[in-house]
Design a protein around this ligand. Structure first.
Ligand SMILES: *[C@@H]1O[C@H](CO)[C@@H](O)[C@H](O)[C@H]1NC(C)=O
Ligand SMILES: *[C@@H]1O[C@H](CO)[C@@H](O)[C@H](O)[C@H]1NC(C)=O
Ligand SMILES: *[C@@H]1O[C@H](CO)[C@@H](O)[C@H](O)[C@H]1NC(C)=O
Ligand SMILES: *[C@@H]1O[C@H](CO)[C@@H](O)[C@H](O)[C@H]1NC(C)=O
Length: 285
Protein backbone atom coordinates (compact mmCIF):
# COMPACT_ATOMS: atom_id res chain seq x y z
CA UNK A 1 0.00 0.00 0.00
CA UNK A 2 1.33 3.36 -0.97
CA UNK A 3 0.24 6.46 0.91
CA UNK A 4 0.73 9.78 -0.69
CA UNK A 5 -0.07 13.18 0.70
CA UNK A 6 -1.12 16.05 -1.49
CA UNK A 7 -0.87 16.60 -5.13
CA UNK A 8 1.11 14.20 -7.22
CA UNK A 9 -0.80 11.94 -9.47
CA UNK A 10 -0.87 8.31 -8.46
CA UNK A 11 -1.99 7.23 -11.89
CA UNK A 12 1.55 7.16 -13.25
CA UNK A 13 2.68 5.00 -10.35
CA UNK A 14 -0.23 2.63 -10.38
CA UNK A 15 -0.66 2.22 -14.13
CA UNK A 16 2.18 -0.18 -14.78
CA UNK A 17 2.45 -1.91 -11.45
CA UNK A 18 0.43 -3.83 -8.93
CA UNK A 19 0.89 -1.15 -6.28
CA UNK A 20 -2.35 -0.13 -4.69
CA UNK A 21 -2.54 3.31 -3.22
CA UNK A 22 -4.66 6.14 -1.97
CA UNK A 23 -4.12 9.87 -2.21
CA UNK A 24 -4.86 12.04 0.81
CA UNK A 25 -5.57 15.64 0.06
CA UNK A 26 -7.14 18.61 1.69
CA UNK A 27 -9.26 19.78 -1.16
CA UNK A 28 -12.96 19.43 -1.81
CA UNK A 29 -12.36 19.97 -5.48
CA UNK A 30 -9.61 18.77 -7.77
CA UNK A 31 -6.21 20.37 -7.41
CA UNK A 32 -5.75 22.34 -10.59
CA UNK A 33 -2.19 23.65 -10.40
CA UNK A 34 -0.58 21.56 -13.10
CA UNK A 35 2.79 23.30 -12.65
CA UNK A 36 2.89 22.84 -8.86
CA UNK A 37 6.46 22.99 -7.50
CA UNK A 38 8.03 23.05 -10.93
CA UNK A 39 10.05 25.90 -12.39
CA UNK A 40 6.94 26.86 -14.34
CA UNK A 41 5.12 27.50 -11.08
CA UNK A 42 5.93 31.19 -11.24
CA UNK A 43 3.94 34.36 -11.07
CA UNK A 44 2.20 33.72 -14.39
CA UNK A 45 0.75 30.59 -12.82
CA UNK A 46 -0.65 32.35 -9.75
CA UNK A 47 -4.14 33.77 -9.79
CA UNK A 48 -4.09 36.94 -7.73
CA UNK A 49 -7.88 36.84 -7.22
CA UNK A 50 -7.50 33.43 -5.62
CA UNK A 51 -4.84 34.87 -3.27
CA UNK A 52 -7.17 37.75 -2.41
CA UNK A 53 -10.04 35.31 -1.80
CA UNK A 54 -7.85 33.16 0.47
CA UNK A 55 -6.60 36.22 2.36
CA UNK A 56 -10.16 37.49 2.90
CA UNK A 57 -11.19 34.08 4.18
CA UNK A 58 -8.26 33.99 6.64
CA UNK A 59 -8.88 37.56 7.82
CA UNK A 60 -12.58 36.90 8.39
CA UNK A 61 -11.88 33.58 10.13
CA UNK A 62 -9.43 35.32 12.46
CA UNK A 63 -12.04 37.95 13.22
CA UNK A 64 -14.62 35.24 14.04
CA UNK A 65 -12.12 33.41 16.26
CA UNK A 66 -11.00 36.57 18.03
CA UNK A 67 -14.44 38.08 18.59
CA UNK A 68 -16.56 34.98 19.17
CA UNK A 69 -18.97 36.53 16.72
CA UNK A 70 -20.51 33.62 14.89
CA UNK A 71 -22.91 35.65 12.82
CA UNK A 72 -21.74 34.87 9.32
CA UNK A 73 -23.80 37.68 7.88
CA UNK A 74 -22.56 40.39 10.19
CA UNK A 75 -21.80 43.65 8.44
CA UNK A 76 -18.41 43.86 10.17
CA UNK A 77 -17.42 40.61 8.51
CA UNK A 78 -18.49 41.89 5.11
CA UNK A 79 -16.44 45.02 5.68
CA UNK A 80 -13.22 43.02 6.10
CA UNK A 81 -11.78 43.24 2.63
CA UNK A 82 -8.36 42.61 1.23
CA UNK A 83 -6.64 45.36 -0.72
CA UNK A 84 -6.38 43.78 -4.16
CA UNK A 85 -3.83 46.26 -5.50
CA UNK A 86 -1.63 45.70 -2.44
CA UNK A 87 -1.71 41.94 -3.06
CA UNK A 88 -0.80 42.48 -6.71
CA UNK A 89 1.99 44.88 -5.78
CA UNK A 90 3.41 42.41 -3.24
CA UNK A 91 3.22 39.60 -5.79
CA UNK A 92 5.21 41.70 -8.26
CA UNK A 93 7.84 42.43 -5.59
CA UNK A 94 8.12 38.96 -4.08
CA UNK A 95 7.38 36.55 -6.91
CA UNK A 96 9.15 37.95 -9.92
CA UNK A 97 12.39 39.59 -10.93
CA UNK A 98 10.55 42.43 -12.67
CA UNK A 99 10.28 44.69 -10.72
CA UNK A 100 11.22 42.21 -8.01
CA UNK A 101 12.84 43.59 -4.90
CA UNK A 102 13.65 46.81 -6.70
CA UNK A 103 10.00 47.81 -6.37
CA UNK A 104 9.10 50.93 -4.41
CA UNK A 105 7.35 49.00 -1.67
CA UNK A 106 10.49 47.03 -0.78
CA UNK A 107 12.85 49.97 -1.21
CA UNK A 108 10.68 51.82 1.26
CA UNK A 109 11.77 49.42 4.00
CA UNK A 110 15.13 47.88 3.17
CA UNK A 111 18.11 48.26 0.88
CA UNK A 112 17.79 44.97 -1.04
CA UNK A 113 20.96 43.11 -2.00
CA UNK A 114 19.35 41.34 -4.96
CA UNK A 115 16.61 42.09 -7.43
CA UNK A 116 15.34 38.55 -7.76
CA UNK A 117 13.73 37.40 -4.52
CA UNK A 118 15.01 34.19 -3.00
CA UNK A 119 12.31 31.86 -1.77
CA UNK A 120 14.62 30.04 0.55
CA UNK A 121 12.98 30.23 3.95
CA UNK A 122 14.89 32.43 6.38
CA UNK A 123 15.06 32.80 10.12
CA UNK A 124 15.57 36.12 11.80
CA UNK A 125 16.98 35.62 15.24
CA UNK A 126 17.00 38.98 16.90
CA UNK A 127 16.06 42.20 15.25
CA UNK A 128 17.32 42.53 11.67
CA UNK A 129 19.59 45.41 12.50
CA UNK A 130 21.20 47.88 10.18
CA UNK A 131 23.91 46.07 8.19
CA UNK A 132 22.82 42.52 9.10
CA UNK A 133 24.90 39.60 7.93
CA UNK A 134 23.09 39.03 4.65
CA UNK A 135 24.00 35.36 4.49
CA UNK A 136 21.71 34.78 7.45
CA UNK A 137 18.99 37.35 6.98
CA UNK A 138 18.10 37.64 3.35
CA UNK A 139 16.15 40.40 1.63
CA UNK A 140 12.74 38.73 1.81
CA UNK A 141 13.02 37.98 5.55
CA UNK A 142 14.12 41.52 6.31
CA UNK A 143 11.44 43.04 4.12
CA UNK A 144 8.67 40.88 5.60
CA UNK A 145 9.83 41.70 9.12
CA UNK A 146 9.85 45.45 8.46
CA UNK A 147 6.57 45.33 6.52
CA UNK A 148 4.76 43.40 9.26
CA UNK A 149 6.23 45.58 11.99
CA UNK A 150 5.00 48.64 10.14
CA UNK A 151 1.54 47.30 9.32
CA UNK A 152 0.91 46.06 12.87
CA UNK A 153 2.26 49.19 14.51
CA UNK A 154 0.29 51.82 16.32
CA UNK A 155 1.23 55.37 15.43
CA UNK A 156 3.46 57.10 17.92
CA UNK A 157 2.82 60.53 19.24
CA UNK A 158 6.25 61.74 18.17
CA UNK A 159 7.10 59.94 14.98
CA UNK A 160 10.36 61.82 14.67
CA UNK A 161 12.41 59.61 16.96
CA UNK A 162 15.13 58.21 14.72
CA UNK A 163 16.94 54.98 15.30
CA UNK A 164 19.76 53.09 13.68
CA UNK A 165 19.40 49.84 15.55
CA UNK A 166 17.42 49.52 18.76
CA UNK A 167 14.77 51.73 20.23
CA UNK A 168 15.00 52.90 23.80
CA UNK A 169 11.49 51.87 24.75
CA UNK A 170 11.08 48.15 25.21
CA UNK A 171 7.83 47.78 23.27
CA UNK A 172 9.16 49.57 20.23
CA UNK A 173 11.00 48.23 17.22
CA UNK A 174 13.19 50.11 14.79
CA UNK A 175 11.90 49.79 11.23
CA UNK A 176 13.38 51.11 7.98
CA UNK A 177 16.80 51.22 9.70
CA UNK A 178 18.55 50.26 6.47
CA UNK A 179 17.37 53.35 4.62
CA UNK A 180 20.31 55.70 5.23
CA UNK A 181 20.59 54.31 8.74
CA UNK A 182 17.65 56.46 9.75
CA UNK A 183 14.82 54.23 10.85
CA UNK A 184 11.80 55.07 12.94
CA UNK A 185 10.72 53.56 16.21
CA UNK A 186 7.21 52.16 16.16
CA UNK A 187 5.14 50.36 18.74
CA UNK A 188 4.58 47.01 17.10
CA UNK A 189 3.24 43.58 17.90
CA UNK A 190 5.71 42.08 15.46
CA UNK A 191 8.21 41.96 18.30
CA UNK A 192 7.26 38.52 19.49
CA UNK A 193 8.87 38.91 22.84
CA UNK A 194 9.11 42.32 24.43
CA UNK A 195 12.63 41.86 25.74
CA UNK A 196 13.92 39.87 22.84
CA UNK A 197 12.39 40.75 19.48
CA UNK A 198 12.20 37.74 17.26
CA UNK A 199 10.44 36.92 14.10
CA UNK A 200 10.80 33.31 13.06
CA UNK A 201 9.25 32.52 9.68
CA UNK A 202 9.44 28.80 10.25
CA UNK A 203 7.43 26.24 12.14
CA UNK A 204 8.81 25.48 15.53
CA UNK A 205 7.70 23.84 18.73
CA UNK A 206 9.80 26.47 20.42
CA UNK A 207 7.13 29.01 19.58
CA UNK A 208 4.71 29.34 22.49
CA UNK A 209 1.61 31.48 22.86
CA UNK A 210 1.25 32.54 26.46
CA UNK A 211 -0.76 35.31 28.10
CA UNK A 212 -1.55 36.99 24.82
CA UNK A 213 1.91 37.02 23.25
CA UNK A 214 4.06 34.72 21.24
CA UNK A 215 7.31 33.71 22.87
CA UNK A 216 10.31 31.90 21.47
CA UNK A 217 11.49 29.48 24.12
CA UNK A 218 15.24 29.26 24.73
CA UNK A 219 16.95 26.44 22.89
CA UNK A 220 17.47 23.17 24.73
CA UNK A 221 21.02 23.38 26.06
CA UNK A 222 21.62 19.65 25.75
CA UNK A 223 20.65 19.88 22.09
CA UNK A 224 23.33 22.17 20.71
CA UNK A 225 22.60 21.45 17.03
CA UNK A 226 18.86 22.02 17.45
CA UNK A 227 18.08 18.56 16.18
CA UNK A 228 15.15 18.06 18.56
CA UNK A 229 13.51 21.19 17.27
CA UNK A 230 15.12 22.34 14.06
CA UNK A 231 14.00 25.95 13.88
CA UNK A 232 16.50 26.29 11.10
CA UNK A 233 15.21 24.55 8.05
CA UNK A 234 18.50 24.08 6.27
CA UNK A 235 18.09 22.39 2.95
CA UNK A 236 20.57 23.60 0.40
CA UNK A 237 19.52 21.24 -2.29
CA UNK A 238 20.68 21.43 -5.81
CA UNK A 239 18.09 22.61 -8.24
CA UNK A 240 15.49 19.90 -8.55
CA UNK A 241 15.44 18.65 -12.11
CA UNK A 242 13.11 16.51 -14.12
CA UNK A 243 14.11 14.04 -16.77
CA UNK A 244 11.47 12.83 -19.17
CA UNK A 245 11.84 9.62 -21.15
CA UNK A 246 9.51 8.62 -23.91
CA UNK A 247 8.76 4.94 -24.27
CA UNK A 248 9.36 3.75 -27.80
CA UNK A 249 6.52 1.99 -29.53
CA UNK A 250 7.08 -1.82 -29.78
CA UNK A 251 5.99 -1.88 -33.45
CA UNK A 252 8.86 0.48 -34.27
CA UNK A 253 11.35 -1.98 -32.71
CA UNK A 254 9.90 -4.82 -34.81
CA UNK A 255 10.09 -2.70 -37.95
CA UNK A 256 13.77 -2.00 -37.28
CA UNK A 257 14.37 -5.75 -36.71
CA UNK A 258 12.64 -6.75 -39.95
CA UNK A 259 14.53 -4.00 -41.78
CA UNK A 260 17.82 -5.31 -40.39
CA UNK A 261 17.04 -8.89 -41.39
CA UNK A 262 16.01 -7.77 -44.90
CA UNK A 263 19.23 -5.80 -45.35
CA UNK A 264 21.27 -8.82 -44.14
CA UNK A 265 19.55 -11.21 -46.56
CA UNK A 266 19.85 -8.76 -49.47
CA UNK A 267 23.52 -8.23 -48.66
CA UNK A 268 24.04 -12.00 -48.66
CA UNK A 269 22.50 -12.37 -52.12
CA UNK A 270 24.41 -9.36 -53.46
CA UNK A 271 27.69 -10.84 -52.24
CA UNK A 272 26.85 -14.24 -53.77
CA UNK A 273 25.90 -12.57 -57.06
CA UNK A 274 29.04 -10.44 -57.09
CA UNK A 275 31.23 -13.41 -56.30
CA UNK A 276 29.79 -15.56 -59.13
CA UNK A 277 30.06 -12.59 -61.50
CA UNK A 278 33.73 -12.05 -60.62
CA UNK A 279 34.50 -15.77 -60.80
CA UNK A 280 32.92 -15.91 -64.29
CA UNK A 281 34.84 -12.87 -65.43
CA UNK A 282 38.13 -14.31 -64.14
CA UNK A 283 37.46 -17.67 -65.85
CA UNK A 284 36.81 -15.92 -69.16
CA UNK A 285 40.26 -14.28 -69.03
C1 LIG B 1 -8.95 33.12 -10.39
O1 LIG B 1 -9.52 32.95 -9.09
C2 LIG B 1 -10.86 33.40 -9.01
C3 LIG B 1 -11.28 33.29 -7.55
O2 LIG B 1 -10.94 32.08 -6.97
C4 LIG B 1 -11.74 32.54 -9.93
O3 LIG B 1 -13.08 33.00 -9.87
C5 LIG B 1 -11.21 32.67 -11.36
O4 LIG B 1 -11.93 31.81 -12.20
C6 LIG B 1 -9.73 32.29 -11.41
N1 LIG B 1 -9.22 32.56 -12.75
C7 LIG B 1 -8.47 31.67 -13.40
C8 LIG B 1 -7.98 32.09 -14.74
O5 LIG B 1 -8.21 30.57 -12.94
C1 LIG C 1 -4.27 49.54 -1.30
O1 LIG C 1 -2.92 49.33 -1.61
C2 LIG C 1 -2.34 50.32 -2.44
C3 LIG C 1 -0.94 49.86 -2.79
O2 LIG C 1 -0.19 49.66 -1.67
C4 LIG C 1 -2.38 51.67 -1.75
O3 LIG C 1 -1.84 52.67 -2.58
C5 LIG C 1 -3.81 52.01 -1.37
O4 LIG C 1 -3.85 53.19 -0.60
C6 LIG C 1 -4.45 50.85 -0.58
N1 LIG C 1 -5.86 51.13 -0.39
C7 LIG C 1 -6.42 51.10 0.81
C8 LIG C 1 -7.90 51.35 0.84
O5 LIG C 1 -5.79 50.88 1.83
C1 LIG D 1 6.96 65.09 21.62
O1 LIG D 1 7.82 66.14 21.19
C2 LIG D 1 7.59 67.38 21.84
C3 LIG D 1 8.49 68.45 21.23
O2 LIG D 1 9.72 67.92 20.84
C4 LIG D 1 7.83 67.22 23.36
O3 LIG D 1 7.56 68.42 24.04
C5 LIG D 1 6.91 66.12 23.89
O4 LIG D 1 7.19 65.89 25.27
C6 LIG D 1 7.12 64.83 23.12
N1 LIG D 1 6.16 63.83 23.55
C7 LIG D 1 6.52 62.58 23.84
C8 LIG D 1 5.42 61.67 24.29
O5 LIG D 1 7.66 62.18 23.76
C1 LIG E 1 16.27 18.52 25.76
O1 LIG E 1 16.75 17.54 24.85
C2 LIG E 1 16.87 16.23 25.41
C3 LIG E 1 17.41 15.32 24.33
O2 LIG E 1 18.35 15.94 23.53
C4 LIG E 1 15.49 15.75 25.89
O3 LIG E 1 15.64 14.49 26.51
C5 LIG E 1 14.92 16.74 26.88
O4 LIG E 1 13.61 16.37 27.24
C6 LIG E 1 14.89 18.14 26.25
N1 LIG E 1 14.42 19.11 27.24
C7 LIG E 1 13.43 19.97 26.97
C8 LIG E 1 13.10 20.93 28.06
O5 LIG E 1 12.85 19.98 25.90
Amino acid sequence: MLLKYLTLSLVTLVKNSLTSGIVLEDFDTAFTNKFYHSHLDDMANINSSAVVAAASLIARSLYILASDNNDRHSSVLGAINVNTSLVEELMGCLLSCKPGLSCEMVKNYIAPANVCPSHYVGVVIGEPSFKPYLGYVDDVSRFVWNFLADRTSTPKENASSRCSKDCTNEDEVCIRAEINGKGVCVISTTSLNVADHRYVPAYSTRLMFESGTWNVLPPNSSDSMGSVDPVWTESNWNTIGLRVYTIQNGAYDHLILIGGITVTILAYFMIALARSFITKALKRD
